[in-house]
Write a new protein. Structure first.
Length: 193
């Protein structure tokens, strides 16, 4: 009888994980769209319109995110450096998909193209975001240390996913606009002297 109950539990966990991952990617795409919307100083989209704009790109975001996660994880297993390299050159795949409308496959090369020449700056941004996540987790652990372990971990997870992770998504979206601007700004010719 217990074997019959295990399969639905595992199936439910897999489905729940899939839905959770899809939700995270949709949120990240919506944050990218929201940053793009407010760049002109006037937000024009409602919350539902923001999510609706991302919906057609959700499949590409999901596929690219999963492929990147697998490749980066393998890179970390292979002496860490390859994982850090891939994380650096592919950190802009979601903004590229949402804002430029490229496919999942093309987002990898486009992200790398935008990062090219600025790899150390982008890597520094990733390290900074990672340090912010660590500090926030430590502060939350200290503040919530009096709670039972499972409850404190749950609240830390909720607060981190609600406040810090969107901050990271916004930071990468701003980096996208900065790097795109440096790539597409024509060089100003110096007058001959």
């Amino acid at each position: 009888m217990t074997g019959a109950l295990v399969f639905p539990g595992i199936f439910g966990a897999v489905i729940g994980s899939f839905v959770s991952i899809l939700g995270v990617f949709w949120l990240q795409g919506a944050l990218v769209e929201a940053v793009a919307d407010v760049r002109d100083g006037k937000p024009d989209l409602t919350l539902s319109e923001t999510y609706e704009r991302v919906r057609p790109r959700l499949g590409s975001i999901f596929v690219a995110g999963i492929l990147a996660a697998i490749a980066i994880a393998i890179g970390f297993v292979l002496l860490i450096v390859p994982g850090l390299f891939l994380l650096t050159i592919w950190c802009l795949i979601v903004p590229v998909i949402v804002l430029e409308g490229v496919s999942a496959g093309d987002s990898f090369s486009r992200s790398r193209e935008l990062v090219r020449g600025n790899g150390w700056n982008v890597f520094g941004l990733i390290v900074l975001m990672f340090l912010i996540l660590i500090v926030a987790s430590l502060v939350l652990a200290l503040v919530l240390g009096w709670l039972p372990g499972w409850l404190g971990a749950y609240i830390r997870s909720v607060v981190t996913n609600t406040l810090i992770v969107p901050f990271v998504a916004i930071a990468f979206t701003v980096a996208y606009f900065v790097l795109k601007g440096t790539r597409e700004t024509p060089a100003v010719e110096q007058p001959a002297t």
